[in-house]
Each structure stands twice: as C-alpha cells, then as structure tokens.
Design a protein around this ligand. Structure first.
Ligand code: FNR
Length: 371
C-alpha cells in the first residue's frame, strides 16, 4: 500500500473534493460526482443541511465531553460511518483495503459495497480483529437468484460482518446522463469481484406490447415478501438503505428489522427525490427516537452531522467525501477526511453547548429546508 503525504493546505472536505478531480479521469469523475438526470437531488442534499440554522446555547458545562454512542449493542467512539460505494480501486490502488484500514484507524464504521473491487473476505480479514474499529457491515442487493443470495449471505456471515445493509432504492439504475456521456468509469481489471458467479436471468420474449423494463429486469425486483425470506435466512441484523418515506420505515420496523438508512443514494437514482435532511425528521417521528435511523446524502461538515443527530439520526454516513480523500492521498486521505469531520463535529457540539450526543436536540435547529 502506498503512503503519500497529505497535500498541504487541505483543511476541509470541500478542499479534498476540489483536488480529487485532478487525480481522476473525466469518466471516473463523472461517475463519482454525478447523479441522476439533472442532478437536482445531488444539489438539494447538500443545500438542505445548510438551510437548517443552528440555535446555540452558551456557557453550558463542556468538560469531559465526548462523541460516544451505542448502536446495535456496540459502543462507538463517534457516529461517523463510511457509506457503501462501489469500486474503490477505480479511484486509487489502495482500494477497499486502504479504506477499511483508514476507517478502523479512525474508529469509523464501514459498510462495504456489494460492488466492491476487493473480495469481501479480504476486507473483513484486514480489520476484523482491530480492537478499536467501528462497526463492520456489508451492503447487498437482493438478486433474482435466491441460490446466489443464500451463498452470498453465508460468505458475509463467515467473514465476520456484523450486519446486513439491504439497499432498496435501486431496483433499476437511475437516468445517469453524466455517466452515459462520459463512458466507462473503471479501468481494465477493476470490477465487482464479489458478484462473480451471478448469472443474469434468462432472457424471455416480451409479451406483445410489453416493457423491456417491467417485463424484463423488474420481473425479479425484490418486494417486502423477500425481506421476510432474508430474515429467515440469517441472524444478522438487517437494515434497509434507501428509505425516504415514513410509511416504509414503519413497515421495516413492524417487520422486526434492525433499522433504516434514510438515503436517496446520493441523488443517483431518482432525480428530484426529496433531500435526506427533509425526510429524516419525518421518518424519525414515525418510528420513534429509539429505533435505529441513520442518514446519508450531502453531509460535508461537522455542523451537518450535528444537524442530522439533532433531527434524530443515530449515526451518519458519508459517501463521496471519503472517495475524494482516497483519490487525493489513498488510505491516509480517507483517514484525514474522517478526522476532519469528527473534529468539526466536536467543535459544533462545543459551540452549541452540547457535551455529549444526547445533549443534541431538535431545539438546536430552526426549521428551514424545503424538500
Ligand atoms: C454510491 N452509493 C452506493 N450505495 C449502495 O448501496 N451501494 C453501492 O454500491 C453504491 N455505490 C455508489 C457509488 C458511488 C460512486 C457513489 C457516489 C455512491 C450510494 C452511497 O452509499 C451513499 O448513499 C451516497 O454516496 C451518500 O451521499 P454522499 O455522501 O455521496 O453525498
């Protein structure tokens, strides 16, 4: 693994974003930075956090403050996690192994993508026994082939992952104009190695007037019935990622799932879908404050993390920012991104008069964002 120095003058996640583009091909940048269609939701995600205003308290006792939190029975040093992002090796040779080591060193949680470019077993093995690491979760999509799904879950369990994150907001790909214009993002030799062996469903003649989408790919799209099947297959906690509607969160809760991640896939699936900062409080109000609700999308500042926690998130995930760190400085850049965000969170807590995460309340926010 290479060990580049940190670039001078980089003090924020935005600084990494600015530099990352210089390290990537146009096609890889389009894939990483882009979203669906006109990218309204990509922009809305970041803007919506900024639109909430903070209403700080002063002269609160702050000595002994910390960012610890309990999630799924584990104590976390802080509530920051890395969201599942495909093909890290398309961005830097350190790839998923570098990202995992950085997450572990910074005590951040890691959700490995099912489309990782490194075997899931190697990633788990690299950090599984680290004493202070954060949660190690695996993201998956339910594939049409139940035999493949069963085998995949067994691999995840055997490797030591502690939870399954089932992404449910992408039964098909979004309208990804920027990516389609730019062409393939991954260099030769970088691929979704964990999906090897997955056979495409047999092509069938479409019924007269049939749709290639609905009567083709989506014939096998997962439904709530498949969730029950998955629950019967594994004892791992299951979280749904990609929930925006309170009714879906309530259904997940009533089925005994472990939690949801409020997410719109970083604006990459359904353009003009509501921002996550707008959806989060509605979801939390529907399921109550104690059931795990996490959030991602557009989180770039410690104040964004603070606001997410104030709106009831139990933990917060970042996607593109850690890939920017990876592009610029490999594993070290990822570690630096996490550290910057954690430091900013602590500063936001102090300046709002909060010693611990449980001191962070909705009353610290003045309503602002539109969907
Ligand atoms: C993603 N995301 C994603 N989600 C998922 O469940 N499985 C995946 O394989 C991927 N792959 C992926 C690739 C790229 C390039 C991006 C940018 C995103 C979505 C990701 O987990 C997360 O929801 C968003 O990235 C969060 O938004 P921000 O932090 O990127 O604004």
């Amino acid at each position: 693994m290479s060990t580049p120095a940190l670039p001078p003058g980089v003090v924020s996640l935005a600084d990494y974003e600015g530099l990352a583009q210089q390290h990537l091909s146009d096609a890889t940048w389009a894939w990483l930075a882009g979203g669906a269609a006109d990218e309204h939701t990509v922009r809305a995600n970041t803007q919506a956090w900024a639109q909430w205003r903070l209403w700080p308290r002063v002269m609160q006792p702050l000595a002994g403050g910390h960012t610890r939190r309990t999630l799924l029975g584990r104590t976390l040093a802080h509530p920051l996690m890395l969201a599942p992002v495909a093909l890290h090796r398309a961005v830097h040779a350190d790839g998923e192994l570098g990202v995992a080591c950085a997450a572990s060193a910074q005590q951040a949680g890691l959700v490995l993508s099912t489309q990782a470019s490194t075997p899931l077993e190697s990633v788990a093995q690299a950090i599984r026994n680290d004493a202070d690491r954060g949660p190690l979760w695996m993201q998956m999509y339910l594939q049409h082939d139940r035999g493949f799904n069963t085998e995949f879950v067994r691999r995840i369990e055997a490797a030591g992952y502690e939870a399954l994150v089932l992404t449910v907001d992408a039964p098909c790909s979004g309208v990804r104009d920027r990516e389609r214009r730019a062409g393939p993002a991954a260099p030769p030799g970088v691929s979704a190695v964990n999906l090897q062996g997955l056979r495409m469903p047999e092509a069938q003649a479409l019924p007269p007037g049939g749709s290639a989408l609905f009567d083709g790919l989506l014939r096998h799209a997962p439904t709530w019935d498949d969730i029950a099947w998955l629950q019967g297959l594994t004892h791992l906690p299951i979280l749904l990622k990609g929930v925006l509607h309170p009714a879906d969160a309530q259904q997940a809760q009533s089925m005994g799932l472990a939690g949801v991640i409020v997410s719109n896939h970083g604006g990459r699936t359904l353009d003009t879908a509501v921002s996550t900062a707008w959806a989060l409080p509605q979801v939390v109000d529907a399921v109550g404050p104690d059931w795990p609700v996490l959030v991602d999308g557009g989180i770039r500042r410690g104040t964004d993390v603070f606001k997410a926690l104030a709106l009831g998130a139990h933990a917060v995930l970042i996607g593109r920012p850690y890939l920017h760190g990876l592009a610029v400085a490999g594993a070290l850049g990822v570690a630096h991104v996490i550290r910057l965000l954690r430091d900013e969170l602590e500063i936001a807590m102090a300046l709002n008069g909060c010693r611990t995460l449980s001191d962070i309340r909705r009353a610290h926010l003045v309503p602002g964002p539109r969907a």
